[in-house]
Design a protein around this ligand. Structure first.
Ligand code: DOR
Ligand code: ZN
Length: 345
């Protein structure tokens, strides 16, 4: 633990782990991937929802190779997109190849989820195999919109929680991460389930409510930011320093043309400003002492990984967030943050 005082102007912590990031492919990947390190992250869990999705060990390893080519100093942890053709054999090969997690998208809830699951229990064999192999199951916890059942983007996460509980009861040793929790209900559910269930928290869900995305596509993501009571529950759990809640940025870049249009794509791009943003937020919550555990300890313990080598230094000097990186507009574009990461490190 650091001993923080009001005069503290620098902060050195281990390089962070981001346990949920979208690095895309092609030109977008070339723009985004080098910025992961600029945001203070040394290791990240890469989401498989590129197009076509990463469904095989071969594709995951190819994808990893292409990312390492762009950013050789990073550690990329890979995931497989849950789908019906995922065989036991393929999962064994995945575990052997060091692929750490399977990502489950309920069909139709977000970007490139057209190939996602329609019935979780149809994948029971895969979950049993993952449980035996010690792989993690990462879940986008939302029920797809359903007017008959009264499910919409505001209550889709809460409506998913009974499914989470059922999964955990059926596969008690399967390590499950409920990704990007956005509600007080989800925080409570994860807190109350056993130690094999954890959650990631994004920077943006600590900062936004529904007011913020209603008129601004750059604040629109899935799950959407909810009420101030929900946001405050996320803040409270990181202030408490609960080890089952750790950083997964869900940074999800989209080109400007896909944001400033009639149907903006969901996704908020925080990668290049990630640790300054979280440091500012935690400082405002008077829990900057918890930063290192939230970004560099709790998650790796859950994933059973060694500490990152190397540190990142944050300075309490103003950081002007650029208007764009290539044709991607970042979160908080044009504003000034209190903390920066001096470069080169
Ligand atoms: O806002 C989001 N964007 N949420 C997701 O779950 C996916 C992501 C993306 O890939 O754009
Ligand atoms: Zn995501």
């Amino acid at each position: 633990m650091m001993n923080m005082t009001e005069t503290q102007t620098t902060l050195t912590i281990p390089l962070a782990d981001d346990f949920h990031v979208h690095l895309r492919d092609g030109d977008l990947a070339r723009t985004v991937t080098p910025l992961v390190r600029s945001g203070g992250v040394g290791r990240c869990l890469v989401m498989p929802n590129v197009n076509p999705p990463i469904q095989t060990v071969h594709d995951a390893l190819e994808y990893k190779r292409s990312l390492l080519h762009i950013a050789p100093d990073m550690t990329f942890l890979m995931t497989l997109y849950l789908h019906e053709g995922l065989t036991h054999n393929e999962l064994e090969r995945a575990a052997e190849a060091g692929i750490v997690a399977i990502k489950c998208y309920p069909r139709g809830v977000t970007t490139n989820s057209e190939h996602g699951a329609t019935d979780l229990m149809a994948h029971a064999d895969t979950f049993a195999a993952a449980e035996n192999l010690g792989m993690v199951l990462c879940i986008h916890g939302e029920i797809p919109n359903d007017t008959e059942r009264g499910i919409d983007i505001m209550n889709a996460e809460e409506a998913f929680l009974p499914e989470l509980k059922r999964l955990h009861t059926t596969f008690p040793k399967l390590r499950i991460v409920l990704e990007h929790v956005s509600t007080a209900a989800a925080v409570n559910a994860v807190r109350e389930l056993g130690d094999s269930v954890a959650a990631t928290i994004t920077a943006h869900h600590l900062l936004l409510t529904a007011e913020d995305w209603a008129n601004n596509p750059y604040n629109f993501c899935k799950p959407v930011a909810k009420t101030s009571a929900d946001r405050d529950a996320l803040r409270a759990i990181i202030k408490e320093g609960h080890p089952k809640f750790f950083l997964g940025s869900d940074s999800a870049p989209h080109r400007q043309a896909h944001k400033e249009c009639e149907h903006p794509k969901p996704g908020i791009f925080t990668t290049p400003i990630l640790l300054p943003l979280i440091a500012q937020c935690m400082e405002e919550l008077d829990c900057l002492d918890n930063l290192a555990e939230f970004v560099a300890t709790f998650g790796r313990h859950f994933y059973r990984l060694a500490p990152n080598k190397g540190t990142v230094k944050l300075e309490r000097t103003p950081f002007h967030v650029p208007d764009r990186y290539g044709d991607i507009v970042p979160f908080a574009a044009g504003t000034t943050l209190n903390w920066s990461i001096p470069s080169p490190r």
